[in-house]
Design a protein around this ligand. Structure first.
Ligand SMILES: O=S(=O)(O)c1ccc(O)c(O)c1
Ligand SMILES: [Ca+2]
Ligand SMILES: [Fe+2]
Length: 337
């Protein structure tokens, strides 16, 4: 296998939304993302700390879906490496020269990865002005930056192996009694994850994770939605995660796309960083206070598009974490299917 591209971080996602005005209300007015560029059918958004052009692109389309995920790579030559790497894997690849792809992004490689997701690797991207200390412009949830992608896939071990071959480390896992893999969190930047896998029918996008600096901003996000009688957008939390130790709240946008407002995970940058493994029977794994995970969080996710914009077919998962229950005696019981 040729050398993998040197991925720096999860960098942006492009979502298809069916109503750009409604999406603007949610992502700009409520979450506080900054509009770096806009056209009649697209918004290019970033958080207060982000110095590159955007970390989220919303474009109008008939079906709410993930258009593609994008990772930034260290050098322009890593875009060539990505092309060789995925070509050797036998995956469909498409080179997207500067000016022909996403506005603000330079030369890029797009592929459909082994999990069925359309993924872009790029280096060159336009800059945005520094807003880190423009507190006068920090609004709503005061989102600082994109933190991670969470994807639904039926084969978590295959997802783990693919991202391991791309040089990702593994910070945490959720495992069964025989160490079957229910979920995994993997990273290139030195925090808990750039990408994580939720077991389920896939390929589907489970959520985008966006980071705030402090937990009071997570609580304030929930309060703002409550104040406006829009609490139906709050799906899960606020709460404290077991995995990652982050404080979180999950929201659904007007199209049902899930976003997690997330803060205070931890450093993972040492070369001998060890994976922390949770039992699927430990009720603190997903919420450290043992709060139940609402069914929709396990079952609902956004469809994804292929390189030509067609919705990818999905395949069902073998393992169903939501079927695993911890009984009153603290032992795991599997609900009869
Ligand atoms: O619910 S989990 O504690 O497993 C969790 C941890 C980190 C995340 O980013 C997440 O979405 C979910
Ligand atoms: Ca609710
Ligand atoms: Fe997350």
């Amino acid at each position: 296998m040729s050398t993998a591209p040197d991925v720096i971080r999860s960098a942006y996602a492009q979502l298809v939304v069916t109503d750009l005005g409604a999406a603007r209300w949610f992502w700009v007015d409520m979450l506080g993302l900054h509009v770096q560029h806009e056209t009649p059918d697209a918004l290019y958004l970033r958080g207060t700390d982000e110095l590159t052009h955007h970390s989220l692109v919303l474009r109008t389309g008939p079906v709410a879906a993930l258009d593609h995920l994008a990772y930034r790579v260290r050098t322009p030559e890593d875009v060539d490496r990505a092309e060789r790497f995925f070509t050797e894997l036998g995956r469909p690849v498409r080179r997207v020269p500067a000016g022909e792809g996403t506005y603000g992004v330079g030369d890029a490689l797009r592929t459909v990865d082994p999990l069925g997701f359309t993924v872009e690797f790029f280096h060159d991207i336009a800059r945005g002005e520094r807003l880190i200390q423009r507190y006068d412009l920090h609004r709503g949830a005061q989102i600082a930056r994109l933190d991670h992608f969470n994807v639904c896939t039926p084969d978590i071990p295959a997802a783990y192996e693919h991202y391991k071959s791309l040089g990702f480390g593994c910070s945490e896992t959720i495992e069964g009694d025989e160490h079957e893999l229910y979920a995994a969190w993997m990273f290139r930047k030195q925090t808990v994850h750039d990408v994580a896998f939720t077991g389920g029918a896939g390929p589907r996008l489970h959520h985008l994770g966006v980071a705030t600096h402090e937990s009071h901003q997570v609580l304030r996000t929930a309060d703002i939605f409550g104040s406006l009688g829009k609490e139906h957008h709050i799906e899960r939390g606020p709460g404290r995660h077991g995995v990652s130790n982050a404080f979180y709240v999950y929201l659904r946008d007007p199209d049902g796309h899930r976003v997690e407002v997330y803060t205070s995970d931890y450093y993972t940058g040492d070369p001998d960083h060890e994976t922390y493994r949770w039992s699927v029977h430990d009720d603190r794994r997903r919420d450290f206070w043992g709060n139940a995970v609402i069914e929709s969080w396990y079952k609902e996710a956004s469809p994804v598009l292929d390189l030509d914009g067609h919705v990818q077919p999905i395949s069902e998962a073998e393992l169903d974490e939501s079927a695993v229950q911890v009984g009153a005696d603290g032992l795991g019981i599997i609900k009869p299917s």
